[in-house]
Ligand binder design. Structure first.
Ligand code: HPA
Ligand code: ZN
Length: 319
């Protein structure tokens, strides 16, 4: 039973949180045939590459500022209903551009959703602008420049997501320099699809305070010790890892071993309905599949608040 515990989520892709019901309604509204990607109430994909493709197609049925406000408000209210006090959403202004809405209107819609959810339930949320590796270094630099220039108080971080097997981290170093210079918090997807080397590369090149996933660091115990010594926080998404077959089952998932080794870990849902999960389920799994006590789960939540990309007064207020 984890329903009584306060919850924090640092790693969730906004469009990845779109419920199949809402996506189906949106597709009907715009007369888009989404059936190759959404059937019998579930998203259709079979590996990481087809997941990314499905994600991009689903994202295309959200078209207007109001669509993004509704998507954001709906997800944040779902989180608030299960005791979540703080959420960071990974957003892609480049996606707003690609669908013809424009980056500013896309972000404004999301911010309106955050304001509505906060007014209803008090949940705090911030935005992490992401570049997607499979759209290439120029697009990722564009995302960093957008985040740096936006001067939007709700945009507090920068991330690199997408196809981890494309290019090396060094190809994206300039984008992270731009984001760092603008004072944004830095996190990067690594050690999910690729092995321990990708985590080492991320630490060497980006020096982030957090890593998205990072779980395959377990393949190199020297690297695990380095992560623990640096205090780098891993945004661990167990349900996502099992759905994508990064590990075959929860028994072989390294979350307990990483925590035992002194690595600072938090738990998140990544793209919840795509991976048949939710933040509520991830907390339940922490107790039921991994055997963590309430105190150990609370410690991970506290780590999440400590590692949040948020101003100090807000951090103190939500603690
Ligand atoms: N991983 C990597 N890239 C992504 C994801 C994800 O879960 N969702 C959207 N882009
Ligand atoms: Zn992710």
């Amino acid at each position: 039973m984890t329903s009584h515990l306060k919850k924090v989520e640092l790693h969730c892709h906004l469009e990845g949180a779109a419920s199949p019901t809402l996506t189906w309604a949106q597709a009907r509204k715009y007369n888009i045939d989404i059936s190759p990607y959404l059937a019998d109430g579930a998203y259709v994909w079979h590996d990481f590459a087809s997941f990314l493709q499905c994600y991009d197609k689903v994202s295309e049925v959200y078209k207007t500022e109001e669509d993004y406000a509704l998507l954001t408000e709906t997800y944040l209210e779902e989180l608030a209903a299960v005791g979540t006090i703080y959420s960071e959403l990974i957003v892609s202004p480049d996606h707003g551009k690609r669908i013809g809405l424009g980056a500013d209107a896309y972000i404004e819609g999301v911010c309106e959703g955050i304001r509505r959810a906060k007014a209803k339930s008090g949940i705090e949320a911030r935005l992490i602008v992401t570049g997607e590796r499979h759209f290439g270094p120029e697009s990722v630099i564009g995302a960093a420049e957008y985040a740096a220039k936006a001067k939007n108080p709700l945009i507090t971080g920068f991330n690199l997501a997408g196809e981890e097997r494309m290019g090396r981290v060094a190809d994206y170093a300039r984008a992270f320099d731009i984001a760092r210079h603008a004072g944004l918090g830095l996190t990067i997807h690594a050690g999910e699809v690729c092995g321990a080397f990708s985590v080492a590369e991320a630490l060497d090149v980006v020096r982030p305070s957090r890593i998205g996933h990072g779980v395959r660091a377990i393949e190199d115990m020297n690297l695990v010790r380095r992560i623990a010594d640096l205090g780098t926080v891993l945004e661990v998404c167990p349900g996502s890892n099992i759905a994508l077959n990064v590990f075959p089952d929860f028994a072989s998932h390294p979350l307990p071993r990483l925590k035992e080794a002194g690595v600072r870990v938090t738990i998140s849902s990544d793209d919840p309905p795509f991976f048949h999960t939710s933040l509520k389920r991830e907390y339940e799994l922490a107790a039921d599949a991994f055997g963590f006590s309430d105190a150990a789960i609370d410690e991970m939540t506290r780590t999440g608040i400590e590692a949040a990309f948020v101003d100090e007064p807000t951090r103190q207020a939500i603690f």
